[in-house]
Structure formats: C-alpha cells, structure tokens
Design a protein around this ligand. Structure first.
Ligand code: SF4
Ligand code: SF4
Length: 162
C-alpha cells in the first residue's frame, strides 16, 4: 500500500527524467485482473448515463459488484472490466475517480520497479508524447488522487490506496 507520497520519492522514481503521458486509448489499463472502485455516486451516475431502470441497474450491480468496503463498491475484474465494450469504456464520461486519475496513482510512483511496470503496461507513458511534467507537477497530481480517493473511506484505520 502506498500512502502520503513525498515529492522526493517521486523525484527518485523518475530518476532525473520528466514524466510524459498522453493516453493512446489502447484500453490496456481496463484489462486483466484487477479491482475497480466505485462510490455510490459513481453507480448512480452510471445508472443515469446508461439510462437504466431499476431492473437493469440491479442486474448491472449484480455483475459489477463483488465486494463492499467502506466508501466503495469493488469490481474484481477477470479478463477485463465489464464496462469495457469494443475496447472502449462504455461509461467514459462518468468513469470513477480511479480511472480518471490513472496513471497518477501513488503506487505507480512509489518505486522505480513500479514505475517500470507502468511504462511497460501503459503505452501512453514516456513515449515522447504529452506535456513533460517534472517531479513537482507529478507529485501534485498524485497527491490530489490520494486526497480524493481517501475521502469516501472516512476516518477509519484500514484505508486503502491506489
Ligand atoms: S493503458 Fe495507458 S494509453 Fe492505454 S488506455 Fe490506459 S491510460 Fe491510455
Ligand atoms: S470503468 Fe471504464 S475506464 Fe474504468 S476500468 Fe472499467 S472500462 Fe476501464
């Protein structure tokens, strides 16, 4: 678990390079086993976006939600998030914070090994595209992710982090 990432840590991870990111819409980050966290507000926004009635929404929740933790409903994706359709997010406009903030997650900048994995998995990173960001700019974005992701969890000890 990564928590309270410091600029110095991000600087060490980047090892003198600026960070670059521009999404290529490859869909890779929505595939493979992983957890996707939705708040109640996210689910309501998805219901509205997909124009689901009570029955359709209940059916979607049955498929989407495998676990409930403080502040979040958790989708444990197998081969891919079930909201990925034709390699596109079917709820892109109302996708959850976790998806909106990728790849600016604390874990991705916590160590050089994690960062190397990110670059390997996400072709939008360090590919010479996107505005170069120094460690300070990256840290601000990662800290914003931390703050927003922790908010729904409330003042509990066993919080989770991306
Ligand atoms: S893996 Fe990276 S480039 Fe591909 S869709 Fe996700 S954020 Fe975009
Ligand atoms: S909600 Fe959309 S962006 Fe997020 S993992 Fe699922 S398909 Fe991808």
């Amino acid at each position: 678990m990564a928590r309270g990432i410091a600029e110095e840590r991000v600087r060490t991870t980047l090892d003198g390079s600026d960070f670059q990111f521009k999404c290529t819409a490859c869909g890779h980050c929505c595939k493979g086993p992983g957890d996707v966290y939705f708040t109640e507000e996210d689910l309501q926004a998805i219901k509205k976006h997909l124009k689901l009635g009570a029955f359709g929404f209940a059916r979607l929740k049955r498929k989407l939600i495998q676990e409930r933790i403080p502040g979040y409903y958790v989708h444990r994706s197998g081969e891919a998030c079930i909201l990925l359709q034709n390699n596109r997010c079917s709820v892109y406009e109302v996708r959850p914070l976790q998806c909106k903030t990728y790849p600016f997650w604390p874990s991705n900048f916590q160590s050089r090994a994690n960062f190397r994995s990110l670059v390997k998995e996400c072709p939008g990173t360090m590919a010479g595209k996107g505005r170069p960001m120094d460690a300070s700019a990256v840290t601000k974005k990662v800290k914003a992710t931390e703050r927003e992701f922790l908010k729904p969890q409330g003042p509990i000890e066993d919080t989770i982090m991306l």
